[in-house]
Design a protein around this ligand. Structure first.
Ligand code: PBG
Length: 328
C-alpha cells in the first residue's frame, strides 16, 4: 500500500516523540498553594486533601526551600484563621498570620515568588469572600476591606497579591492603593474568571471556610462567582481586570474550563494562570487509590492539558510531586 501521509512515523520511538512534542511541562510552570496555621513545628495533614498540610510558619519556610530547590518558583498562601468575625478583620492586621508568614519567607527564602490570597472567607464568621450586609455580599464595602488586606501583605513584602473574591472593581482599587502607598513593584494575579464550582469542596474543608448554614447567610457564592455555563462573560471579566491593572489573569477551576483558558489565550496577550483546584486534585487521588488510574500519569496528563490549552502558569497541589517526576 502506498500512503503519502504516515503520521505514525513521528511516534515510532521515544526520541522522535520527544523531538516533535508540542507542550513540555517544566517545574517552572507551577505555583504551589500552601496553607498556613499558627504554632511551631506544625505539619497537620488535611483530611479532605491527602498529601497537603497546614504548616506553621517555620515549617512553611522549610517547604518553600524544598520547592525552590525542585525548581518551583512560587507559592500562594492561604491562612487558616481561628479568629472569625462579620468583617473579616483578622485579614488585614500588620502582625497577622499571613503577614508574618510573608515576612519570614522573604527573609529566609527571598528568591521564591511569594503570593497571597486576598479574600475574606477564611476570616469571616459567615464564610463568604466579602462583607455581609442585609443578607447580601456588599461589593464596595468588601473592596474597602480587601484593599486593607492587600496593603498589609505589600507592607510585609509580598511579591504578588492574588484577589480571589470576584467583587467588581477590586483590581483597580487595589492597584491604585498599592501605587499610592509606594508598592508599584507588587504584582496582581487576578482571579478574573472564577466560577461558582463544586470543585472547591476539599479546600473549604482545609480552611473551615464553607458558607455557614444560617438564615441570614447566602448558601452559595453564585452572586459573585461566575455561572459555569458562561464563556463570553469570562472574556469580559478578564478584559476588565486587564484594564484595571492586573498583571496576570486567572481561570479557575482549570479542567472543566479548558475552553475558557484556550479562548483567553487566543484573545489576550498577557500571562494567563489556571488553578487546578482541590476537587480536581481529589478526583485523581481517589481514582488512583481505587486502582482506576495511575496517579503520576494522570497528574502529568492533566497538567499537560492545562498548559496545552494555553496557561502560562498553573496553581496546583501537585507542584512538588510533578517537579520531582519531571526531575526538577
Ligand atoms: C476563596 C477561595 C477558594 C479557593 C481559592 N480561594 C474557595 C471558594 O471560592 O470557595 C479554592 C481553591 C481550591 O479549591 O483548590 N476565596
Amino acid at each position: 500500500m502506498e500512503l503519502t501521509h504516515r503520521p505514525r512515523r513521528l511516534r515510532r520511538t521515544e526520541s522522535i516523540r520527544t523531538l516533535v512534542r508540542e507542550t513540555v511541562l517544566h517545574p517552572g510552570d507551577f505555583i504551589q498553594p500552601l496553607f498556613v496555621i499558627e504554632g511551631q513545628n506544625v505539619r497537620e495533614p488535611i483530611d479532605s486533601m491527602p498529601g497537603q498540610f497546614r504548616l506553621s510558619i517555620d515549617m512553611l519556610v522549610e517547604e518553600c526551600k524544598v520547592l525552590l530547590d525542585l525548581g518551583v518558583p512560587a507559592v500562594n498562601l492561604f491562612g487558616y484563621s481561628e479568629e472569625k468575625d462579620p468583617q473579616g478583620s483578622a485579614s488585614y492586621r500588620s502582625d497577622g498570620l499571613i503577614q508574618r508568614a510573608v515576612s519570614e519567607i522573604k527573609l529566609r527564602v527571598p528568591d521564591i515568588c511569594a503570593q497571597t490570597d486576598v479574600a475574606l472567607d477564611p476570616y469571616t464568621d459567615h464564610g463568604h469572600d466579602g462583607v455581609l450586609m442585609d443578607g447580601e455580599i456588599a461589593n464596595d464595602e468588601s473592596i474597602a476591606v480587601l484593599v486593607r488586606m492587600a496593603l498589609s501583605h505589600a507592607e510585609a513584602g509580598v511579591d504578588w497579591v492574588a484577589p480571589s473574591d470576584m467583587m467588581d472593581g477590586r483590581i483597580g482599587a487595589i492597584r491604585v492603593a498599592l501605587d499610592d502607598a509606594g508598592y508599584e513593584r507588587v504584582g496582581i494575579l487576578a482571579y478574573s474568571a472564577k466560577y461558582a464550582s463544586c470543585f472547591y469542596g476539599p479546600f473549604r474543608g482545609a480552611l473551615k471556610s464553607e458558607p455557614r448554614e444560617r438564615d441570614d447567610v447566602p448558601k452559595d457564592k453564585k452572586t459573585y462567582q461566575m455561572d459555569p455555563a458562561n464563556i463570553d462573560e469570562a472574556i469580559k471579566e478578564i478584559a476588565l481586570d486587564i484594564e484595571e491593572g492586573a498583571d496576570v489573569v486567572m481561570v479557575k477551576p482549570a479542567l472543566a474550563y479548558l475552553d475558557v483558558i484556550a479562548r483567553a489565550r487566543d484573545t489576550f496577550d498577557v500571562p494567563i494562570a489556571a488553578y487546578n483546584v482541590s476537587g480536581e486534585y481529589g478526583m485523581i487521588l481517589a481514582a488512583a487509590e481505587r486502582g482506576w488510574v495511575d496517579r503520576d500519569t494522570a497528574m502529568l496528563e492533566v497538567l499537560t492539558s492545562i498548559k496545552r490549552a494555553g496557561a502560562d502558569m498553573i496553581l496546583t497541589y501537585f507542584s512538588k510531586d510533578a517537579a520531582k517526576v519531571l526531575g526538577g
